[in-house]
Design a protein around this ligand. Sequence first.
Ligand SMILES: C[S@@+](CC[C@H](N)C(=O)[O-])C[C@H]1O[C@@H](n2cnc3c(N)ncnc32)[C@H](O)[C@@H]1O
Length: 186
Amino acid sequence: MTHSNQIQLSGSNAQADDITMSGGGLYSLATKGAKDVIDHGTPLVIDAIDALKLNPNLREFRMSDMGCADGGTSLSMIEAALNQVRKHANEASISVVYSDQPRNDFNALVSIVHDLTDFDSYLKRIDEVYPLFSGSSFYLQAVPNNTLHLGFSATAMHWLSSKPMNISDHVHMVGASGEELRAFSS
Ligand SMILES: C[S@@+](CC[C@H](N)C(=O)[O-])C[C@H]1O[C@@H](n2cnc3c(N)ncnc32)[C@H](O)[C@@H]1O
């Protein structure tokens, strides 16, 4: 069934798909704070890569940015991560799986990652990197078993898979209390 230009999804759908970020790259342009969070967290990502103790002869490495929005806020982190992977395994081909909800603005995401905008994408500086784009929710398995080395997600875990109940006197679950808080905590 269709409503104007939207396809109505039906059947079992584990994807919370009706609240997305502003499109057209506006999200990253307007959200310096989210980029700051990711940039400050980048040393944790580097440590996580070091902890993997990658085989120097590794042929393929795959990481994912889950809940990536338009991808602009994580460009610097991903560039640093890819350079760190190459320090350990300099022959590895790398895929970066960008995933978000199906109604995310994937056109903006693809344009930003493929360096078609004013954002500065690492793609032109790092060889043998393959960006892949997925509309699979982070509540679903998005890549085959045993093919993901590193998963990353920033400022997205407050999107729940479902709403357990309405909150009577607040707009956000952190302001819930009593039975309502318990419902959102479980
Ligand atoms: C506040 S934005 C954060 C974007 C980016 N990670 C950042 O930190 O700048 C949260 C993103 O998570 C996405 N998201 C929410 N629920 C999701 C789900 N179940 N699966 C995948 N992405 C989801 C939203 O569509 C949105 O793009």
